[in-house]
Design a protein around this ligand. Structure first.
Ligand SMILES: Cc1cc2nc3c(=O)[nH]c(=O)nc-3n(C[C@H](O)[C@H](O)[C@H](O)COP(=O)(O)OP(=O)(O)OC[C@H]3O[C@@H](n4cnc5c(N)ncnc54)[C@H](O)[C@@H]3O)c2cc1C
Length: 227
């Protein structure tokens, strides 16, 4: 790749991330308020009665919490659909997406995120990251927590599948990172016979932060009490 500054970057593979832009030109003269997407309120209503927008094309007047006004991912599209179905069937419901989460697969790399793990540039002063990476395989996790209160803020995983319901509950209950490490085995969702890495992850956490956490054995009773 030759950059606009004339620098040459040697590489084997080039990945282009084009982003998502709602194709809403056909609505320009319709009277429906548009911005980058179709403007909606928390009920997913446009400015015109009985006209709604959901999914990739919907743009909230203001992002909900730390979310972006347009959320071009599958899970939020589904939640918007479920919400709007209630409204249309006479049970008006606000779009309330809860804690941020997403999962994706790129070739053989699986990625999941629950809660917020901001980049170095975007993170708040009190947000601290614990990182563990497998020595040979493409497997790693990053856990964000508040360095003053130890409150768990979010997790990113590459190559390990986690349970959505468990992280959702831990975020709702403002659990701290020590709790997450102690019960991390409950959160694992990898299929049978997959290698498990929680002991190695917690050992690194103990060593990084001078802790002495003993990870609890996975408990189906605890898992099903949440899921
Ligand atoms: C390559 C790729 C990978 C992705 N991976 C992930 C992922 O791993 N995880 C994740 O959460 N999300 C992922 N997404 C995003 C996810 O696919 C979208 O958020 C989701 O499909 C949006 O659903 P939607 O119904 O809002 O829109 P769409 O699925 O785009 O459906 C819109 C439909 O409207 C039709 N249409 C458009 N204009 C008109 C018109 N004028 N008249 C009639 N019909 C029209 C289109 O043909 C289309 O069928 C990915 C997207 C892409 C492109």
């Amino acid at each position: 790749v030759v950059t606009d500054k004339g620098k040459t970057i040697e590489c084997n593979v080039v990945g282009l991330t084009a982003g998502v832009a709602p194709n809403i030109d056909f609505l320009k003269d319709s009277g429906i308020e548009i911005g980058r997407g179709v403007k909606v309120n928390r009920f997913l209503e446009t400015n015109i009665k009985d006209v709604y927008a959901i999914g990739d094309c919907a743009e909230q007047h203001e992002g909900i919490g730390s979310r972006r006004p347009i959320e071009a991912v599958w899970y939020t599209g589904r939640m918007m659909g479920e919400t709007l179905a209630q409204t249309i069937c006479g049970n008006p419901r606000k779009y309330n997406p809860g804690h941020w989460f997403n999962s994706a697969k790129f070739l053989d790399v699986e990625y999941q995120t629950y809660g917020w793990v901001f980049s170095e540039r975007g993170k708040k002063e009190t947000e601290q990251h614990f990182h563990w990476r497998h020595l040979e395989e493409k497997i790693c996790i990053t856990v964000a927590f508040d360095k003053d209160t130890n409150q768990f803020l979010g997790i990113n995983t590459f190559g390990i599948r986690m349970r959505h319901e468990i992280f959702d509950q831990w975020l709702t209950e403002n659990k701290d990172i020590d709790h997450v490490m102690t019960y991390l085995k409950d959160a694992n969702f990898d299929p049978e016979f997959y290698k498990l890495h929680e002991d190695a992850i917690v050992a690194k956490y103990n060593s990084d932060y001078n802790k002495n956490i003993n990870p609890k054995k996975k408990s189906w009773k605890r898992i099903f009490s949440i899921a």
